[in-house]
Design a protein around this ligand. Structure first.
Ligand code: PEP
Length: 249
């Protein structure tokens, strides 16, 4: 079986002025640097700060082993797109990953699957690993359409043979679980991840996201097809994020 090291990724969203963001990154870097091997998380770690902090967090985390990611990118490499950032710019700022198709962009900014697919191609072009988010709304789950929704998002958001073309990470994030304090049940996570595994194959890392916290992380991260977590709120607290990462089996 393909070896997939688990990954705990923090999505800081639109949080963090210089002082807080650098204190958070500094504390994570300090823990990575000072922890004994037995106290270090067994997983890989990734933080995705707001764009204003990327360069300074990159400098702060250099050599720590904690990877840096963007939260979105434009499909084009450069041009007249006021306010946007290209995948090349993220790579230039020190990123290795980029979150794409987060529900807050799909629902808050009207991003379509087709646009997400273009962004995945852009990430690949710039050498970034795309972290592609999919997930159903509460209405879709209650209508029994959770898998149909996620499957359709995957089919339309990923370029042809995306899993074979380079490293790919998919994050299953039920929209109703994001920021709600109400994570999906272990049964629902296990069922969705098994279906995703069957669709995506053994090489793709599949993360769960949605109200992961230090109290529920160990049980979620122990599930067979869960290769890590995408963490929002709890990633803003160094102790909580570290504790989630330390929960990885
Ligand atoms: C997210 O925004 O990707 C997320 C999972 O948020 P939270 O952990 O706060 O639910």
């Amino acid at each position: 079986m393909t070896e997939r090291k688990k990954l705990v990724a923090g999505n800081w969203k639109m949080n963090g002025l210089r002082a807080d963001g650098l204190a958070l990154a500094g504390e994570l870097g300090r823990r990575m640097g000072s922890a004994d091997a037995s106290d270090k998380p067994r997983c890989a770690m990734l933080v995705c700060p707001p764009a204003t902090l990327l360069a300074s967090v990159a400098a702060m985390l250099a050599g720590s082993g904690i990877a840096l990611g963007g939260q979105d990118c434009h499909p084009a490499p450069k041009g007249a797109f006021t306010g946007d950032l290209s995948a090349e710019m993220l790579a230039d700022a020190g990123c290795s990953h980029v979150i794409l198709g987060h529900s807050e962009r799909r629902h808050g900014h009207g991003e379509s699957d087709a646009l997400v697919r273009e962004k995945v191609a852009a990430a690949r072009r710039a050498g970034l690993v795309p972290v592609v988010c999919v997930g159903e709304t509460l209405e879709q789950r209650q209508a029994g359409a959770a898998w149909a929704t996620v499957d359709a998002q995957l089919a339309a958001s990923l370029p042809e043979r995306a899993a074979e073309a380079g490293e790919l990470i998919v994050a299953y994030e039920p929209v109703w679980a994001i920021g709600s304090g109400l994570a999906a049940s272990l049964e629902d996570i296990a069922e969705m991840h098994a279906a995703l595994r069957a669709r995506l194959g053994a090489a793709v890392r599949i993360l769960y996201g949605g109200s992961v916290n230090p109290g529920n992380a160990a049980a979620i991260l122990a599930l067979a097809d869960v290769d890590g977590a995408l963490v929002g709120g709890a990633s803003l607290d160094a102790q909580a994020f570290w504790s989630i990462a330390r929960s990885c089996p």
